[in-house]
Design a protein around this ligand. Structure first.
Ligand code: ADP
Ligand code: MG
Length: 248
């Protein structure tokens, strides 16, 4: 099943062409890593998928449902159920600072009104266990490390039962010694066959946790293929040069 289909997506900021005809498909159970230099349009692409930015041209379908056709997004009231199929985790965690970890997980889930209070409570416990933060349920975000905050953000996104997860450089804001604990959660999700679109500079993660790697540069997809084809034995000089830089 096709979870995300993007066809010829364009996005301009003023005169600057940031996405210049992006097309790809993310299938159910698949993990795609999106790599490429800073400024190539990776975040903009994710933001267009979440309707945090609006693409100017092209189509976006989520689980076969149109989100955007010929650059026109569907009306906002129809958008909500489509967007709810995706959970998103940002570089900067975006936790609610005035709420405990537990409240962070519960607040959006409560608004969904899908589960009973008891069910939400159980789910919250399970997810905090999954990200190994059971003992931090009552803690305020300010008292957590960056790695712990990001794990809370992942658990919070999972509370809404998304069919797929989008990550935008989830470890870029972390001290190096804290990236491992966040990468482990993403690796666990990948092992569980969670469908994911993962923007990352962690080439090791892209190599072992994804089915497919897309290399973006200056608003276009320069190459895409298996981790073997893109990372282990890159076929193009542009990708080779990029990988040498990030490995250094
Ligand atoms: P990446 O995530 O690959 O580093 P981005 O999608 O963040 O790239 O940015 C691509 C280009 O779009 C950059 O040149 C950036 O400055 C520009 N850009 C991103 N967001 C905006 C915005 N809201 N307004 C104007 N320019 C933007
Ligand atoms: Mg970015």
């Amino acid at each position: 099943m096709e979870m995300i289909q993007v066809r010829d997506l364009h996005k301009n900021f003023g005169d600057q062409k940031v996405l210049k005809g992006i097309s790809f498909t993310l299938n159910k159970g698949e993990v795609i890593s999106l790599i490429g230099p800073s400024g190539s349009g990776k975040s903009t692409l994710l933001r267009c998928l979440m309707a945090l930015e609006y693409g100017d041209q092209g189509d976006i379908l989520i689980e076969g449902e149109t989100l955007c056709k010929n650059g026109r997004y569907i009306p906002e009231n129809k958008m909500r159920p489509v967007l709810a199929k995706m959970g998103m985790v940002f570089q900067q965690f975006n936790l609610f600072p005035h709420m405990t970890v537990r409240e962070n997980l519960l607040c959006a889930a409560r608004l969904q009104k899908k589960d009973t209070v008891h069910e939400l409570d159980e789910k919250c416990k399970q997810l905090l266990k999954k990200v190994e933060l059971s003992d931090k349920a009552g803690e305020m975000p300010a008292r957590l490390s960056g790695g712990q905050k990001q794990r809370v953000a992942i658990a919070r996104a999972l509370m809404l039962n998304p069919d797929m997860m989008l990550f935008d450089e989830p470890t870029s804001a972390l001290d190096p010694e804290l990236t491992g604990e966040v990468l482990q959660v993403i690796r666990d999700l990948s092992a569980e066959k969670m469908t994911m679109l993962l923007v990352t500079h962690e080439i090791g993660l892209a190599k072992d946790a994804s089915d497919k790697v897309i290399f973006m540069d200056q608003g276009v997809i320069l190459d895409e293929g298996t981790p073997e084809e893109i990372i282990v034995n890159p076929r193009t000089d542009r990708v080779k040069t990029f990988l040498q830089k990030v490995y250094l």
